[in-house]
Design a protein around this ligand. Structure first.
Ligand code: XIL
Length: 451
């Protein structure tokens, strides 16, 4: 039976006003973010996060829209958590963990035992004291985050570069001998048996003397029942240290030892197509290895990268999607805006601002209106993110194209074909009807991204 359009509209309006509306086919939405596309492949896609940038709206909205895993970039390191002996400071790391929890993101704990960013009081200890300080550090930090961390980098960067295959000189190796790694993992398992315990390193991404040494250690641990669940491959690449041709084979040989593998700190210096191809190859290598459970890039935006001058990340300094982003998303099987990249934003000066109004309210629903305004340059497209309180559902939306994250709470709205181009300073609006389902909150409005 077909209804005249007016009658159909009236019928819809009645339905929306009824208190039983929960409809919305979130699942039909295309996987058009890194996190949702990775989830479609049974993986996560994460980023390193710095607590001091969470207050920047474009940073937070890009993070929340695209990623479903975070690693605190510095906030869980020994110098940040135990600057003086047995005095623990968790404020900055807590901020990241609670942000992640509010967004349903996994958290990787980074890192418990590492020679770098290690307070000098630790380096000054004698062997007996150092052993108890190490075990106490692992215990206190893991205890604080128990139940909130999917995996810990228990030991980071213990091996030397080059051909020796030996442990790197560090207070731990020098004073406790090679057994410190095993001891750290055993202590970690006893504190939080539910967290995955990982060894993490760099220059181990291909088959070489250093990765052979790590491989031998993991094999030994597995054969003797030393608790280890995963190996992280940092994957910091540039022209001096390119993506190895045997990257996938190397991941696979570790996976074959019975551990999960993860890409933990990915960044690839470069730009344009060359960088995009490298990102694509890394993503494809992970997807080709069943036990490669996820990837983490080492930062949201080139603006704050630890190697900023090498522009190694997926978003440029204005949070624009780079060709590398499009390539990573495509490799994950996602569907981005065709011709995304920086093509529509060559000068990087396309900006927009956004505002929200709740335009009408009834018992179990409300209408929202979002106004997008171009900045001082014309724009060709825009994207806005809104995060809804559970169990609210958007029942209909007009003048925009919605898609949803896997949790069904974060809605990303792209321009419709007819309202994507705005002159400098011009505005357009889209609207939606939400079912409250018992929760009267107003959604959180993310930043506007323009191209
Ligand atoms: C880096 C951070 O990105 C910087 O902000 C900090 O100044 C130094 O450490 N290997 C690791 C990471 O395991 O913790 C490092 O992070 C990069 C190399």
């Amino acid at each position: 039976m077909t209804m005249p359009r007016r009658a159909a509209q009236a019928f819809t309006a009645v339905l929306l006003a009824a208190s039983t509306v929960t409809a919305l086919s979130h699942t039909a939405a295309a996987a058009d973010t890194l996190g949702s596309a990775a989830a479609g492949k049974g993986r996560y896609f994460g980023t390193a996060v710095a607590a001091n940038h969470l207050g920047e709206s474009a940073y937070a909205s890009t993070l929340d829209r695209e990623f479903n895993q975070v690693t605190p970039e510095n906030e869980m390191k020994w110098d940040a958590t135990e600057g003086s002996r047995n005095t623990f400071t968790f404020g900055n790391a807590d901020q990241i963990v609670s942000h992640a929890q509010s967004q349903n993101m996994k958290v990787r704990g980074h890192t418990l035992v590492w020679h770098s960013q290690l307070p000098s009081w630790v380096s000054g200890l004698g062997a007996t004291d150092l052993r108890s300080a190490m075990n106490n550090h692992i215990t206190q930090v893991m205890q604080h985050y128990k139940g909130k961390i999917y995996a810990w980098d228990v030991v980071n960067e213990a091996y030397q570069d080059g051909s020796s295959g030996a442990l790197r000189s560090s207070p731990f190796a020098d004073k406790l001998g090679s057994g410190f790694i095993e001891e750290a993992f055993r202590t970690a398992r006893s504190v939080d048996p539910n967290a995955k315990l990982c060894y993490n390193d760099y220059n181990t991404d291909g088959v070489n003397a250093k990765s052979n040494a790590v491989y031998a250690m993991v094999k030994d641990f597995k054969s003797r029942g030393v608790p280890i669940d995963c190996v992280g491959f940092q994957s910091h690449f540039n022209s001096a240290s390119p993506v190895p041709s045997d990257y996938q084979a190397n991941l696979q040989r570790f996976a074959d030892l019975g551990v999960d593998v993860q890409i933990t700190e990915l960044d690839i210096e470069g730009s344009g197509t060359a960088q995009a191809n490298n990102y694509s190859n890394v993503v494809k290598a992970c997807l080709a290895v069943t036990r490669c459970t996820g990837l983490t890039v080492w930062g949201v935006t080139d603006k704050y990268s630890w190697r900023s001058s090498g522009t190694p990340l997926l978003f440029d300094s204005n949070y624009g999607k780079k060709p590398a982003y499009d390539a990573a998303l495509a490799a994950l099987g996602g569907t981005g805006t065709p011709g995304g990249g920086d093509g529509g934003n060559p000068g990087g000066n396309a900006t927009c601002t956004v505002s929200f109004a709740r335009t009408s309210d009834w018992n179990d629903g409300y209408n929202g209106e979002v106004t997008v305004k171009a900045g001082s340059a014309p724009i060709n497209g825009w994207t806005v993110t809104l995060t809804f309180a559970t169990p609210q559902k958007v029942a209909s939306l007009w003048n925009g194209t919605p898609s949803w994250d896997s949790s069904g709470t974060v809605m990303t709205v792209r321009a419709a074909s007819y309202n994507s181009s705005l002159a400098a300073g011009a505005s357009t609006s889209f609207g939606f009807t939400a079912a409250k389902n018992g929760n009267n909150s107003t959604p959180t409005l993310g930043a506007c991204t323009a191209s």
